[in-house]
Design a protein around this ligand. Structure first.
Ligand SMILES: CC(C)(COP(=O)(O)OP(=O)(O)OC[C@H]1O[C@@H](n2cnc3c(N)ncnc32)[C@H](O)[C@@H]1OP(=O)(O)O)[C@@H](O)C(=O)NCCC(=O)NCCS
Length: 240
């Protein structure tokens, strides 16, 4: 089933070409394309820390358990972008645990897992387009919490995800073998059933890569609700 279609700009060196695209769910047989794209994007990253690689086996198992991979295919039917969305239920990996959601809320958590765009196709707002589609697809599923992790060194991803209304609720190391091991990640959350208002009389500004100061703020109840792309400064405030 086609979820969306239209035109995207492919940029290669100085050249720009307009191409048709098609958005549809990726099936298990197409997982090799997902893994190939993931490795291509990873190889071209200046800072490898921003992307935690998923294995094919993990994704396959997750797909059989109801996860979705929304793919964007170019005119040659090659995958140029995808967004991986999963439903962790009561599993230990549920990020709702990191932001202290109650047990009964955990099964209403949707994980926005990896999302990436081939370097030649960046700038088409595909990260936002596939996020909107994900929200549309889960509309009838009685899900409530969108949660994801983003590296504090990943300006483009953090900007896009915060612009979609997800707020920073935690900052900790993830994907390691022990508590204090792994990669630094913000944990961002959006409650689809309740708007989050902040107290604007008490705003604190911090650079996105100043980790120690942000951890202190978050520990004292602040949430990060806005990022300026130009200054890379995050605005923190208490919730109302
Ligand atoms: C994060 C990411 C998915 C965003 O891609 P996107 O949806 O194409 O981004 P946008 O369309 O919002 O881009 C807006 C602008 O930022 C630029 N931009 C986006 N990502 C960029 C990047 N990684 N490096 C440099 N510039 C980038 C775009 O070219 C565009 O510039 P323009 O306004 O001059 O046209 C993409 O950068 C990416 O795949 N990064 C690597 C993987 C990753 O970090 N994923 C997130 C963690 S799972």
């Amino acid at each position: 089933m086609i979820l969306n279609q239209g035109f995207i700009v492919k940029r290669k060196s100085e050249q720009r070409q307009i191409e048709p695209f098609e958005m549809r769910l990726v099936n298990a047989k197409e997982l090799n394309q997902v893994i190939d794209l993931q490795h291509h994007v990873y190889e071209h990253l200046p800072n490898k820390e921003v992307l935690y690689l998923d294995t094919k086996a993990e994704m396959l198992e997750d797909l059989y358990n109801g996860a979705l991979i929304i793919g964007v295919f170019n005119k040659q039917d090659r995958l140029v972008s995808y967004r991986y969305v999963s439903f962790p239920g009561y599993e230990q990996r549920n990020l709702g645990r990191d932001i202290h959601l109650s047990k009964q809320e955990l099964h209403k958590v949707v994980h926005l897992e990896t999302t990436l765009v081939h370097p030649d196709y960046r700038g088409n707002r595909l990260q936002s387009l596939t996020l909107n589609k994900a929200v549309e697809l889960i509309e009838d599923m009685n899900m409530r919490h969108l949660i994801c992790t983003v590296s504090p060194y990943n300006l483009f991803s953090l900007y896009n995800i915060m612009s979609a209304g997800l707020n920073i609720k935690a900052l900790k190391k993830k994907y390691g073998k022990a508590e204090d091991d792994g990669l630094w990640r913000f944990i961002l959350h959006k409650d689809l059933k309740k708007e989050q208002n902040v107290n604007l009389s008490d705003v604190v500004l911090l650079k996105m890569d100043h980790l120690k100061e942000q951890r202190k703020l978050i520990d004292s109840g602040y949430i990060g609700y806005h990022l300026s792309k130009e200054s890379q400064i995050i605005q923190y405030a208490h919730t109302q």
